[in-house]
Design a protein around this ligand. Sequence first.
Ligand SMILES: NC(=O)c1ccc[n+]([C@@H]2O[C@H](COP(=O)([O-])OP(=O)(O)OC[C@H]3O[C@@H](n4cnc5c(N)ncnc54)[C@H](O)[C@@H]3O)[C@@H](O)[C@H]2O)c1
Length: 420
Amino acid sequence: MKVAVFGLGYVGTVTAVALARDGHEVIGIDPAAPKVDSIRAGRPPVTEPGLDQLTRRVVSEGRLRATGDAAEALAGAELSLVCVGTPSLEDGSLDLGAVRQVAAEIGAHLHAAAVAHLVVIRSTVLPGSTREQVIPAVEHASGRPVGEGWDVAVNPEFLREGSSLADYDAPSRILVGERQPGTGSRALALYERIVADRVVVPLEAAEAVKYTDNAFHALKIAFTNEVARVWAAHGADPGLVMEIVAADRKLNASPAYLRPGFAFGGSCLPKDLRALTAAAREACVPTPLLDAVLPSNELEVQRAVEAVLATGKRRVALLGLAFKAGTDDLRESPLLALAGRLAAEGLELRIHDPVVRLSALQGANRAYLEARLPEVSRLLCERLDEALDGAEIVVIGHGAPRYARDDEWRGQGKVVMRLE
Ligand SMILES: NC(=O)c1ccc[n+]([C@@H]2O[C@H](COP(=O)([O-])OP(=O)(O)OC[C@H]3O[C@@H](n4cnc5c(N)ncnc54)[C@H](O)[C@@H]3O)[C@@H](O)[C@H]2O)c1
């Protein structure tokens, strides 16, 4: 393919050189003359392992060129890869200025272009940027609506500086966001020589994945260092602890707990978090990250209360009360907190949980329940149909198979809300 790469920084240079190596005809564009001159001389404008030799080779073979002139680069190009910087503005928000400028330059070219063109955003941009900013900018400059001879895709870059060429060749996945099913397929064709999973999703999901990855990486590093400071102060070897934690592929380094759902609760996580942060305070070790976990978790309950209230429905069936399906342990159950909040809002509430039987609850568990939901004997139904009878909204808190009747309940005119 004939490819124009906008921006000859870390991402643009590595991508341009690798695409040229893999057989594409590539031209890089950058307003910084020294970067253009550098490529022309066969030298990469950034320092990365293996890049010097490869740049020299692809430039001498005539497969990679560079220019400061967008019009020259776009002549005959089938695809533009936008790799310009997206820095922070003073308030921390995203500066899309360079992306919008490139979009306008491409649009000006497309005004009279005969060859179909795909604009691929490789820079890191927030969800909505491509649909709401890039598409209008290109349409405005070209006078052509998207889909008429040109289209857009998002193709985030996952390389890390210092190992960028190796990461380019072995990415976690090749991710393409497309405007409509099929419109981004030519972006995938760029990477025919790379062995990796191909993932194709809507534009906004691809944009969001890149930020989620980076936020997750940052969170992991800060978390690890924070707990390491606590354990160092309490006589446990942080390196040894984290080695064992990281080796757990079942619950720790795994997809476990990475599906959006409802708040956590139960007899262990909240209690143990409190004990850990209390131990940190005792040792004068600040734990701002861990201190934020329970307040963040409580927001999930608040969000559910607001979502129920927003429906305007008054008669609520809450399915699930224990902190997870299959147990009658009610300690710190977020569903119990939700039930209390809904009852306090004056809603007509009925609750069902296949495992929680008032008659069978004893001791501390029963006392805990009655203290938090004094009217529980009136609200908790033994039978599911009793809880559903007359309900206008069904709030499903547990993934129990017997609660998988969303369509049937919707067919009865009930609003169905899934939390799990
Ligand atoms: N650096 C990384 O490791 C990395 C990894 C993944 C994603 N990203 C993302 O990729 C994007 C680029 O990052 P980078 O580190 O390569 O940035 P960079 O600052 O090194 O390079 C950006 C380049 O864009 C050029 N540019 C600015 N306006 C331009 C225009 N109108 N036309 C052509 N070129 C223009 C600049 O002169 C500069 O050379 C950012 O969105 C970044 O968040 C970076």
